[in-house]
Design a protein around this ligand. Structure first.
Ligand code: NDP
Length: 322
C-alpha cells in the first residue's frame, strides 16, 4: 500500500511517501480502507518530535473510510461499515489498523470528508464548549484563531449553546470566516491589543472563558481578558509552547482557573465517545454545524499539507486523500 513514513523527525521533508506492507488487524482491531485522512496540528508535533513517537511511524491521528477486515473479538463494527475515528496514529496511508473501540459509524448524511474532519477538531470543540467550561446563555467567551479548523467549529458550538462569541483572527479574510461561523465580534490580534479590545467590547466586564489554542503568543494577555473566577482553557500551542507558570498569578488576576485539557481525557469511555460523536454528526446532518473544508492534498503531498498548516494558512479543515 501507499503510505507516509517518518524515519527521522524534522521539517515537512521528513514525510516520505513509501510503499509499505498492508497491515493485518489483531484482536480488538479493525483495518480501515482510508478514504480521507484529517491533518491536524498534532501531526506536526509528532513529525517534529515534540510529542515523540517510536520511529519509524506513519503519522495522522484522524481518518474516515470503510472497515475492510476485523480481528478477533471486535463487536463495535463489521466489515463494510462506513466509519470515522480519531486518536489512533497511522491514517496517512491507504489502510490503517485502528482499535475497534475508537471507531464510530458515520451517520447517514455524513460523508467521509466530513467524518474525517469531525473526529479531532469537532470532538475537541465539543468537549471544550460542553464539558471543560460548559457554556450557557449569557456567557461571553473569547476564542483565539476563530477561523481555524477547531476555532470555527468552537464558534458554532458556542453559538448553539447561546453564548456571545468574541473571536480573534489574523486577516480580513479570516475575519469574514469567523463572522460567518457566528462570531459576534472579531478582533485582528495581529494589529490590535486584543486584551484592550475585549475590555472595550465587554464594557470592562471581561469574559467568562478564554479558549486559547495559540499558546505563547496569546497566553499572558488572555488572562487579562477574564472576569474574576474566569476559566483559562489552554488547549494548544500553534505559536509555541507556554513556559512554566507561577500559580500565584491566578490569585493576582482574580482567582482564575487554568486547565490544559486534551481530547483523550474527554473520551474516556465508549459511551462518552459515542455521545460526543452523535451530537456532532446530528448537528452536521441537521445543517447546524458547517464543516469548512479548506484544502485537500493528495497523500503523496503530505509535506505540502504540513507546510500549509505551519504557514498559518488554514481556514478550516485540511485533508489528505488516498
Ligand atoms: P488551526 O486550523 O486552528 O490552525 C492554527 C491557527 O492558529 C492558524 O490558522 C492561525 O490562525 C493561528 N496561529 C496563530 N499563531 C500561529 C503560528 N505562529 N503558526 C501557525 N498558526 C498560528 O489548527 P487546528 O484546529 O488543527 O489546531 C489548533 C490548535 O489546537 C493546535 O495547537 C492543536 O494542537 C490544538 N488542538 C488541541 C487539542 C486538544 O484536545 N488539546 C485537539 C485538537 C487541536 P490566525 O492566522 O487567525 O492567527
Amino acid at each position: 500500500m501507499n503510505a507516509i513514513r517518518v524515519q527521522q523527525v524534522g521539517d515537512p521533508d521528513a514525510l516520505q511517501y513509501v510503499d509499505a506492507p498492508t497491515p493485518e488487524p489483531g484482536a480488538g482491531e479493525a483495518r480501515v480502507k482510508i478514504e480521507v485522512a484529517g491533518v491536524n496540528f498534532i501531526d506536526t508535533y509528532h513529525r517534529r518530535g515534540w510529542y515523540p513517537l517510536p520511529l519509524p511511524f506513519t503519522p495522522g491521528v484522524e481518518g474516515a473510510g470503510v472497515v475492510d477486515a476485523i480481528g478477533e473479538g471486535v463487536s463495535e463494527v463489521a466489515v463494510g461499515d462506513a466509519v470515522a475515528y480519531g486518536m489512533s496514529t497511522g491514517s496517512y496511508a491507504e489502510y490503517a489498523i485502528v482499535p475497534s473501540h475508537l471507531l464510530v459509524k458515520r451517520a447517514a448524511g455524513v460523508d467521509a470528508r466530513q467524518g474525517a474532519a469531525a473526529m479531532i477538531q469537532g470532538m475537541t470543540a465539543h468537549y471544550l464548549a460542553c464539558s471543560t467550561y460548559p457554556l450557557k446563555p449569557g456567557d461571553t467567551c473569547l476564542i483565539h484563531a476563530a477561523a481555524g479548523g477547531t476555532g470555527a467549529l468552537l464558534v458554532q458550538i458556542a453559538k448553539l449553546r447561546g453564548s456571545r462569541v468574541i473571536g480573534t483572527v489574523s486577516t480580513a479574510e479570516k475575519e469574514r470566516i469567523a463572522r460567518a461561523a457566528g462570531a459576534d465580534e472579531t478582533i485582528r490580534y495581529t494589529q490590535t491589543d486584543f486584551a484592550e479590545a475585549v475590555n472595550d467590547v465587554t464594557d470592562g466586564a471581561g469574559v467568562e472563558v478564554v479558549y486559547d489554542s495559540v499558546g505563547i503568543a496569546t497566553f499572558d494577555k488572555s488572562l487579562d481578558c477574564l472576569k474574576p473566577r474566569g476559566y483559562m482553557v489552554l488547549f494548544g500551542q500553534a505559536s509555541g509552547v507556554v513556559p512554566s507558570f507561577d500559580p500565584q498569578i491566578l490569585n493576582q488576576k482574580g482567582s482564575l482557573f487554568l486547565t490544559r485539557p486534551s481530547l483523550s481525557s474527554y473520551m474516556l469511555t465508549r459511551a462518552e465517545l459515542e455521545s460526543r460523536a452523535n451530537d456532532i454528526f446530528d448537528w452536521i446532518a441537521q445543517g447546524k454545524l458547517q464543516i469548512r473544508i479548506d484544502r485537500t492534498f493528495p497523500l503523496d503531498d503530505a509535506k505540502g499539507a504540513h507546510a500549509y498548516l505551519e504557514a498559518r494558512q488554514t481556514k478550516g479543515k485540511v485533508l489528505l486523500t488516498t
